[in-house]
Write a protein that binds this ligand. Structure first.
Ligand code: GLU
Length: 501
């Protein structure tokens, strides 16, 4: 039975890289009829950020990524929040101590800093481990009564992992292939602190074991910790899960990891939903608030570092589940392309039920104080969505439906206007006035007949009229706009527009 977990630390908002990790875990679990677990790794109390856990839950829910077990849904393997599991870790660190796989160390942070400086002055880097641990202040060098005294006197201490000597750690990562590391370069990482809490490494391994995790799928930034984790599994004599480390998401220019600053600087989101920093009050924009549909966002994200084995790009969650395979995750970093991201939303906007688009359009409009019926909203949406990536964009691009343009585009007038423009406008006003009804098809007939009879250049004529109605030479089908605004308003705009030609 496949069991995978997403294990974020509530230290801030979830970057899109984190969402992608959750997504791949989800796709993998569903593909294999497995179980997907949400575990909150909050043992580092100093980095705790209020609101971050709620943010993570809300983001994943928006994306349609669902959990079978976890902090918010429960399950047999709980609690799923590490701060509620302190007694479990204490039990397991004692096993390591008892089996001589871990030891107490008593250096204060000042002493460690002094050691670091000392090494640096000799051009070396200090690393607590195989090469110097027998010369430092710890339970490998002190007598057991000295250790007992130090512990009883309430001295702060840490418990470090005792990395085995002369070992080559061999790991098979599903995505990276074989990784070999000599144990000498791994330091004796802190596993437990005198505040009674474990560090990430111990808690992560113990939980993955106790929760029967079969595959650890996580970001590349955890690859350097993998040798240590493998050694920990060996020290406990536990069976290891399989590992898959996902490639980084890179900046659009390919230079380095996508960071929150890039988003601000280049004008796109790097967070799924808006995040307000509780300390600084700063607001970071989110894909949701930028107007993305969650399906489009998730589709785009899935293809940042994975392909379905063919050249499909538009895929539903179900299709992605069916196609998902870790062997098709790329090794190299995946460039985030903000334009491509918009394209995904464009495609989803075109395919969406027009009734839903109309509702969204109507809602966005009413935020601007413009209220129209749902039928009208549908009429405009049909026309405007082809050109738009987002409903919000449809709204800003369709203001001429609701009010006459304040100014007419001088460049367009220069391009399309002729000395005959005013005459054409006058003629067409006259013809419109005679029309008993005012519908797109009859308006087209009237204008087409006029163009033919007078043998006009269609581009000049239609753009002259369009500039009066829309303000510029762009926009959807002209007679449909006229039908919408009605005869009176059409004529009024033509009268006003005339003066510019
Ligand atoms: N808590 C770690 C994080 O925040 C989890 C890493 C892992 O999946 O092992 O990314």
């Amino acid at each position: 039975m496949v069991r995978v977990r997403f294990a974020p630390s509530p230290t801030g908002p979830l970057h899109i890289g984190g969402v992608r990790t959750a997504l791949y875990n989800y796709l993998f679990a569903k593909k294999n009829n497995g179980v997907f677990i949400l575990r909150i790794e909050d043992t580092d109390q100093n980095r705790f950020v209020p609101g971050a856990e709620e943010y993570i839950l809300e983001s994943l829910e928006w994306c349609g990524i669902k959990f079978d077990e976890g902090v918010h849904v429960g399950g047999k393997y709980g609690p799923y929040k590490q701060s509620l599991r302190a007694n479990i870790y204490a039990e397991y660190i004692n096993i390591l101590i008892k089996n001589d796989k871990a030891y107490y160390a008593f250096e204060t942070s000042e002493e460690l800093n002094a050691l670091r400086k000392d090494y640096e002055s000799r051009g070396e880097t200090f690393q607590y481990g195989i090469n110097n641990r027998t010369k430092l202040k710890n339970s490998l060098t002190l007598s057991s009564s000295e250790v007992g005294d130090l512990l009883n006197s309430g001295n702060p201490y840490v418990i470090r992992f005792k990395v085995p000597e002369n070992k080559e750690v061999i790991i098979n990562d599903i995505i990276r292939g074989e990784v070999r590391v000599k144990s000498e370069i791994i330091d004796d990482k802190i596993l437990f602190k005198s505040d009674g809490l474990p560090t990430y490494h111990l808690a992560n391994i113990v939980d993955d074991h106790l929760m029967d995790i079969t595959h650890v799928i996580r970001g590349e930034e955890w690859l350097p910790s993998l040798p240590l984790h493998v050694l920990l599994y060996e020290a406990f004599e536990w069976e290891m899960p399989e590992f898959a480390h996902l490639p980084l998401i890179l900046r659009p220019d390919g230079n380095g990891k996508l960071s929150k600053r890039d988003g601000d600087r280049l004008g796109f989101s790097v967070y799924p939903i808006t995040w307000k920093d509780p300390k600084s009050g700063e607001i970071y924009r989110g894909f949701r608030e930028d107007g993305y549909y969650p399906e489009a966002f998730v589709n785009m994200l899935a293809l940042l570092g994975w392909n379905p084995g063919d050249d499909r790009e538009i895929m539903s969650m179900q299709e992605m589940i069916e196609a998902f395979d870790l062997r098709h995750v790329h090794k190299a970093g995946a460039r985030f392309d903000p334009i491509k991201a918009q394209w995904f939303n464009h495609v989803y906007l075109q395919a969406r039920d027009i009734k839903l688009v109309a509702e969204e359009f109507k809602n966005e409009l009413s935020k601007l104080g413009i209220d129209i019926t749902i039928e009208k909203a549908e009429y405009i949406s049909e026309m405007m969505r082809e050109r738009a990536n987002f409903v919000k964009e449809m709204v800003t691009e369709s203001m001429f439906f609701f009010k006459a343009p304040e100014e007419l585009d001088a460049k367009a007038i220069k391009k399309w206007g002729t000395e005959k423009s005013v005459e054409w406008i006058n003629d067409i006003i006259e013809k419109f006035e005679e029309m008993p009804t005012f519908e797109s098809s009859t308006i087209d007939e009237v204008m087409n007949t006029y163009v033919k009879e007078r043998e006009l250049k269609a581009g000049n004529f239609y753009n002259t009229i369009r500039i009066c109605i829309v303000g510029t030479s762009k926009g959807p089908h002209l007679s449909k706009i006229m039908q919408y605004i009605g005869k009176e308003e059409t004529i009024s705009r033509l009268e006003k527009g005339k003066k510019y030609f």
